[in-house]
Design a protein around this ligand. Structure first.
Ligand code: PLP
Length: 389
């Protein structure tokens, strides 16, 4: 099956008691067993039967299987948020005394998780330039567990070369972990690029219309010990996705391709039109041919670039004035909603960061991040134009 067909038809579980066409929402905490032997087998994972919805649930398993079939993963774990997928996976990989090699160009909470939360538990993070192979090689030592990359980085839109990073990681006997939230896994294969563990905030493209918060850990090649530890994380940390969220995200996954096709085409159109507005000093979108990351994004993601645009205005006050004058575009965080959204990252997502941290992360105080929706771009462009007039 081709990808679009798969998003709809893969992993169909067969008829339930009523022949329901969609996977039913199994809103139950626990499950009954025919006898004690089967119960013991289920609890010890000798048979694939759900036992307790903190760790297994039929509706969530269905969603996980759909993602596994679409990505070619050995195992997929659905979590209660993107951050839960990231934190649980990295904790499953790292003991105290180990380190993670990554870039400063990360989503704000990921950066804080690594630099602050993990540091408290003795897991070190080494920040370097992931676009510089020598710097990455130099940061790795015997205690390094993985290279962690975010592509496309939010909001800077940096695109590291995953193949190069995979080679460096694998030559050193380490893993490559990548947060690929910005480009749907239906459009490129992280597995083929050498990623061992793909992490996705399914709140974004997959949930569709910002219906729910969720996260995915997509394991291609992390090994048996990682699988055992992930099971331990689910049991002991308890951040598994809930059945209702899995149901909503399954629906989102089914129409992901249709939404993404329109959203990414809209983004390309809007990025080009925004360049005609004099008040915008710079339009950052990797789809634009003169963007510094255009070539690598084109090669890596099969000529698709996501639906996030960052624009540079004259001053922080100009950013606030712009936001306050918007009439159609919503002042909101999140990405890949059906609606176009605008946010000033420096005063919100990074609002509690120190000036030095903002400089370390290259977060610009004159940047507005736009998440482009499904509307007609004539209307969105007109709203942006009038808000800048
Ligand atoms: N990774 C990236 C690149 C993000 O942009 C976000 C959220 O904006 C996350 C992870 C965290 O995902 P969630 O909000 O689902 O926890």
């Amino acid at each position: 099956m081709k990808t679009r067909t798969k998003t709809i038809h893969s992993a169909y579980p067969g008829k339930d008691a009523y022949g329901a066409l969609a996977m039913p929402v199994y809103h139950t905490a626990a499950y009954e067993f025919d006898n004690a032997e089967i119960m013991a087998d289920a609890f010890c994972s000798r048979v694939p039967l759900p036992d307790y919805s903190r760790v297994t649930n039929p509706t969530v398993i269905y969603f996980e299987k759909k993602v596994a079939e679409l990505t070619g993963a050995g195992k997929v774990y659905a979590f209660s948020s993107g951050m839960a997928a990231i934190s649980n996976s990295l904790l499953a990989l790292c003991d105290s005394g180990k380190n993670i090699v990554t870039s400063n160009h990360l989503f704000g909470n990921t950066w804080l998780l690594l630099s602050r939360s993990f540091a408290r538990y003795g897991i070190e993070t080494r920040f370097c330039d992931l676009c510089n192979p020598e710097a990455v090689r130099g940061a790795i030592d015997e205690n390094t567990v993985c290279i962690y990359a975010e592509i496309i980085s939010n909001p800077l839109q940096e695109v590291a070369d995953l193949k190069v990073l995979a080679d460096i990681a694998h030559q050193a006997g380490k893993l490559l972990v990548a947060d690929t939230t910005m480009i749907p896994f239906t459009r490129f294969s992280a597995k083929d690029l050498g990623v061992d563990l793909e992490l996705v905030s399914s709140t974004k493209y997959i949930s569709g219309g910002a219906s729910t918060v969720g996260g995915l850990a997509i394991d291609y090649s992390c090994g048996k010990e990682f699988a055992d530890r992930m099971q331990e994380m689910l049991l002991n940390f308890g951040a598994y996705m809930t059945p209702h969220v899995a149901y909503m995200q399954t629906l989102g996954l089914e129409n992901l391709e249709a939404r993404y096709a329109l959203e990414s085409a809209n983004t390309m159109e809007l990025a080009e039109r925004l360049r005609t507005i004099p008040a915008i000093r710079y339009v950052n979108y990797t789809g634009l041919k003169d963007n510094p990351y255009h070539d690598i994004a084109c090669r890596q993601f099969n000529d698709t670039y996501g639906a996030m645009i960052c624009i540079e205005l004259a001053s922080p006050q100009a950013c606030f004035d712009f936001l306050n004058r918007l009439k159609l575009v919503k002042r909101a965080t999140n990405l890949f909603d059906n609606r176009t959204l605008a946010i000033h990252p420096a005063s919100t997502i990074f609002g509690n960061f120190t000036p030095q941290q903002l400089r370390d992360l290259d977060v610009s105080e004159t940047c507005i991040r736009l998440s482009v929706g499904l509307e007609d771009m004539d209307d969105v462009f007109e709203d942006i134009r009038q808000a800048l007039a």
